[in-house]
Design a protein around this ligand. Structure first.
Ligand code: HEM
Ligand code: NAG
Ligand code: NAG
Length: 331
């Protein structure tokens, strides 16, 4: 009952945002892009995200991650959503996405509802950006105005997906470089990783830390020993690859700053989480700031999400507005 009552509240909140002033740069995009061509667009997205979140409390996390995995591979162009077909090799096959990325059925449902309301108008890339914002709000995180007008790619890059999305065992310098290549700085990195306050990881994404972090047969010494011991039964040396663990076991379904508190207690689940504290003073100071001040975390997160959503969008007559998010219009 409580969760069902939250949905209309969250939708009402999203609309209260649309008249707020903001100093943020929209780039080529425009929050009012669909005001005349599809005025119901944002409400349609929010209501289907709300329903999906109510049916599956993990879905908000999965949808938030889809926008990230889309934007980091040749821009926010919905390339991630294409299935393999003809010359297209789907990004869903890449290491970061295989057996991991989820929520595609929810995007399909949103797209079908938008095609019924305003045919050929709202891009799949914009659906991902809106669903990421709505997912954050519906789990208790900050809201922001979503710049719109992205168009959809006619191709995918499984190689880009493998190379450009950071891996959980990348070093901090490698992670910083991969963000910098997208125009994102250290503040963006530490703030955006706060997404790991919700959602799950598979055992295979952090097993190395439990048994043999650096190849010397020892666990990662930056992982709390009792936490590691609690993780091992369901993440053995071999087997159980797909077993799921909360990224933030303290408040797994709440978008808050608990993620940073976990890191300070050496209870970041992924090596890439803990390394924010142990890898450099600059990132470590941001972890401490966000752990101490949730308001600043929320402000930075919202700003950095807009920045991430601005990565190389297709606009104007580039790309297309797909009719179905899983395939290009003509191939
Ligand atoms: C250094 C950068 C990052 C790395 C290495 C990383 C890595 C990962 C890994 C390994 C998982 C678990 C996947 C699995 O085992 O199935 C995960 C989950 C997740 N990631 Fe990240 N991530 C990063 C940045 C981000 C960013 C920027 C966002 C969003 C803005 C994000 C949002 C999420 C969410 C919400 C989940 C949970 C998804 C679910 O439960 O379905 N991550 N990430
Ligand atoms: C990182 O993880 C991948 C996939 O499990 C593995 O092949 C690779 O050896 C690891 N790299 C390092 C430096 O540990
Ligand atoms: C740890 O990893 C190294 C390098 O990958 C390997 O040579 C070694 O056998 C592993 N040790 C254990 C105890 O698994």
């Amino acid at each position: 009952m409580a969760a069902a009552a939250l949905v209309p509240l969250a939708v009402a909140f999203l609309f209260s945002l649309s008249s707020a002033a903001s100093p943020v740069q929209w780039g080529k995009l425009d929050p009012h892009f669909y005001d005349h061509s599809c005025p119901q667009a944002q409400q349609i997205v929010a209501s289907i995200v709300g329903k999906a979140h109510y049916q599956d409390p993990r879905m908000a996390a999965s949808l938030l991650r889809l926008h990230f995995h889309d934007c980091f591979v040749k821009g926010c162009d919905a390339s991630l959503l294409l299935d393999s077909s003809g010359s297209i090799v789907s990004e869903k096959r890449s290491n970061p996405n295989k057996d991991s990325a989820r929520g595609f059925e929810v995007i399909d449902e949103i797209k079908a509802a938008l095609e019924a309301a305003c045919p050929g108008t709202v891009s799949c890339a914009d659906i991902l950006a809106l669903a990421a914002r709505d997912s954050t709000v519906m789990t208790g995180g900050p809201g922001w105005i979503v710049p719109l007008g992205r168009r959809d790619a006619r191709g995918a890059s499984v190689q880009g997906s493998n190379n450009d999305i950071p891996a959980p065992n990348n070093t901090l310098p490698t992670i910083i470089t991969k963000f910098k290549l997208q125009g994102l700085d250290i503040v963006d990195l530490v703030a955006l990783l706060g997404s790991h306050t919700i959602g799950d990881s598979r055992c295979t994404s952090f097993r190395q830390r439990l048994y043999n972090q650096t190849g010397n047969g020892l666990p990662d010494f930056t992982l709390d020993a009792s936490y590691a011991a609690a993780l091992r039964p369901r993440c053995p040396r071999s087997g159980g690859d797909q077993n799921l663990f909360f990224l933030d076991p303290v408040t797994p379904f709440k978008f808050d700053n608990q993620y940073y508190k976990n890191i300070l207690a050496y209870r970041g689940l992924l090596a890439s989480d803990e390394v924010l504290l142990t890898g450099s003073p600059a990132t470590g100071d941001l972890v401490k700031l966000y752990a101490a001040n949730q308001d600043i975390f929320f402000q930075h997160f919202a700003q950095s999400m807009v920045k991430m959503g601005n990565i190389s969008p297709l606009t104007g007559t580039d790309g297309e507005i797909r009719k179905h998010c899983r395939r290009v219009n003509h191939n």
